[in-house]
Design a protein around this ligand. Structure first.
Ligand SMILES: *Cc1c(COP(=O)(O)O)cnc(C)c1O
Length: 382
């Protein structure tokens, strides 16, 4: 691996630690920028999918992304406060959000309804807006039935100098399965929405529908820009492409105990040791983002060997069956990582917990120490 300012993990381990590999983010960004037909917007909502919004943003911008995207305006302020001056879009705001400050701080806002349009239009300043279509999820974005009216109202607001309609956006509901019919419907709806906007006199130069999965699998959805989040941090919802996971979660074994066969472990005694063994206690639990649902299924890597997590994962701790020989207290357990040394991946944890990788990486708790590795924009990448 290509860690720069990193010392030996085992030697420096103290408590649980989350290492963020920005070099992985850099490589993922370059791959996605290569695949995208248009510009690449780095989506760094939810603190950059748990990897650090500002770090991921800076890295992505140094490696092919040209813009940033977030859900809330609060997330947008964080990026502006950090000195990031690139085009920035926020797409999920209540009608009483501070659209005046958005205009002042040069933050584009998505407009999903007539009420939002009015709120943006009356706010001081000339806001740059992206009209947001619901392309078939009944979630965020305008109902297609309201789209024509919204486009015409937006054109009037533009002619009054209140807004500038720079974009039209949509989002696909089933892009993780490229063969799903719903993608065809979404693309068709989006094409219709663009025509409708044009017929209303609008000339949106940013037309964007694809997120990570469609960027990797569906060139017909690319238009002028792709909005990618998961892919930056190594998650490919379409499972079509090898990306580089950017998180490694480690923790020390705090206690090792030798037990007899038949020893019940953890709350509810959901597990009993089959034979005499060593149990290692790891100070990570569901409060730290390891789902209780993974109890009895999950594994971790200890001394290069996969070991099962036994008994219930509790709030602060989990127990690992270390086998006949055990390990010393203080040795490091790798909970997940890129998988390059045999450790479980976030994707495996997601399977064990009946969820998706996104939920795990955005859910690592606050008491896990974070360390961000590498300064990728100072390196040239192969
Ligand atoms: C989260 C989000 C994205 C990014 O999606 P990924 O699959 O993580 O790339 C793009 N657009 C919208 C509207 C989103 O909410």
């Amino acid at each position: 691996m290509t860690n720069l300012a990193v010392s030996d993990r085992t030697a420096t381990a103290s408590g649980p630690r989350l290492d963020i590999d920005l070099d992985a983010v850099a490589r993922n960004t370059r791959l996605l920028a290569d695949r995208a037909a248009g510009e690449l917007m780095a989506v760094v909502k939810a603190d950059g999918f748990g990897h650090g919004a500002v770090d991921v943003a800076r890295t992505a911008l140094a490696h092919g992304a040209t813009r940033l995207g977030v859900t809330s305006l609060d997330e947008a302020w964080t990026l502006r406060d950090a000195g990031l001056g690139v085009p920035l879009l926020s797409w999920l705001n209540p009608v009483d959000a501070d659209f005046a400050l958005a205009a002042e701080r040069d933050v584009d806002v998505a407009v999903p309804s007539a009420q939002h349009l009015s709120a943006v239009a009356v706010a001081p300043g000339r806001s740059r807006v992206h009209l947001h279509l619901d392309a078939g999820m009944a979630r965020d974005g305008a109902d297609p039935a309201a789209w024509g009216t919204l486009c015409r109202a937006a054109r009037r607001a533009e002619q009054r100098g209140e807004v500038e309609v720079v974009g039209v956006m949509g989002h696909l509901g089933c892009a993780d399965d490229p063969d799903d019919e719903c993608n065809t419907l979404g693309r068709t709806r989006f094409a219709w929405a663009l025509e409708t906007a044009r017929a209303a006199g609008l000339r949106p130069r940013d037309r964007h529908l694809a997120a990570t999965a469609a960027t990797l699998t569906d060139p017909r959805s690319h238009h002028t820009m792709s909005r990618v989040g998961a892919g930056l941090v190594g998650i490919d919802p379409s499972r079509s492409t090898r990306l580089h996971p950017a998180m490694t979660l480690t923790a020390p074994v705090v206690q090792v105990r030798r037990v007899r066969g038949g020893t019940p472990v953890g709350y509810g005694h959901s597990h009993r040791t089959a034979v005499a063994t060593h149990l290692g206690l790891v100070p990570l639990g569901y409060a730290d983002g390891l789902p209780r649902l993974a109890s009895g299924r999950a594994e971790v890597l200890v001394r290069g060997v996969r070991r099962p997590v036994v008994g219930r994962i509790s709030m602060d701790q989990l127990v690992v069956d270390l086998g006949e020989r055990g390990v010393d207290p203080g040795e490091t357990v790798t909970v997940f990582g890129p998988g390059t040394h045999g450790e479980p991946t976030v994707a495996e944890w997601a399977t064990w917990a009946d969820t998706i990788e996104h939920e795990l990486v955005t859910g690592i708790g606050a008491r896990v120490e974070r360390r961000t590795l590498a300064v990728p924009h100072l390196r040239s990448l192969s």
